[in-house]
Unconditional design. Structure first.
Length: 256
């Protein structure tokens, strides 16, 4: 392995427009914009050399600057957060071997240790292009919910497939109940792979499932899945923001 370990940069894509919650990054949660909660949690991770918000909107950029964060402006026409991430790494001029962690801007409660968990495989194996997190499903209603993406993986911890459907399918109930794992939206990429990935044509299975990580698998790239004990609340609607606020206030009460 190289004597010099790659640096690790966290980039948080944050766009203004959203089908269900326009202006979501600036939604106030316990008195702070949601994006501030995400940045401050990322800044608690010792592994990270920098934390950057990649946005398409001046209002978000100004809010990030106001609380002391760093933002880069990206084009408004990106199809996905990964495309925005790729533009940001080029604007930042990161080294080809830099590990880039994609932290979703709508997860204001993520435990800081999950960033270390998703990045560590790329630091330990310099041939690995990409890693992501999975969590053992404990709420039965999530198994059939297409908004909770399920995954299966091989014995070396490499993803075999991701689906919005329950996988594996249970054919014979007498065989027992399968363990289901859901995908959490934290990714780590090597910079050179990230740029190659966004240049690939859309994959066939990606087109049907609307899951861009399937593009990597279809083109033969390895995705390491890391089992974490930490679930993470995603804010997709104003109701989710209220739930997140209640959780934050609960933690504040317990720690006071």
């Amino acid at each position: 392995m190289s004597q010099t370990q790659p640096g690790v940069t966290a980039i948080i894509p944050a766009r203004w427009r959203s089908n269900r919650f326009t202006g979501k990054p600036l939604a106030l949660i316990a008195g702070k914009p949601m994006i501030q909660h995400v940045v401050e949690r990322a800044q608690q991770v010792p592994l990270l050399t920098r934390v950057i918000v990649a946005t398409d909107d001046e209002r978000i950029a100004k809010a990030v600057s106001a609380f002391g964060g760093t933002a880069v402006m990206t084009r408004p026409d990106h199809v996905s957060g990964t495309d925005r991430l790729a533009e940001a790494v080029e604007l930042l001029g990161l080294a080809e071997t830099e590990v880039v962690v994609n932290i979703q801007g709508d997860q204001p409660l993520f435990p800081a240790e999950v960033v270390e968990q998703v990045a560590r495989p790329l630091l330990d194996d310099l041939s690995l292009p990409m890693a992501t997190l999975i969590y053992k499903i404990t709420r039965p209603e999530e198994i059939a919910d297409p908004n909770h993406v399920k995954t299966v993986f091989d014995r070396q911890g490499n993803a075999l497939y991701f689906s919005r459907s329950p996988i594996p399918f249970q054919r014979n109930p007498e065989d027992g109940t399968p363990i289901y794992y859901k995908h959490l939206g934290f990714y780590a990429y090597r910079k050179d792979f990230l740029l190659s990935f966004v240049a690939l044509p859309e994959g066939e299975w990606e087109r049907f499932e609307k899951l861009e990580q399937l593009r990597a698998l279809e083109y033969g790239y390895r995705i390491k899945v890391v089992l974490t004990e930490h679930d993470s609340l995603e804010v997709d609607t104003p109701q989710d923001a209220l739930r997140a606020e209640a959780e934050l206030l609960k933690v504040a009460v317990h720690s006071s």
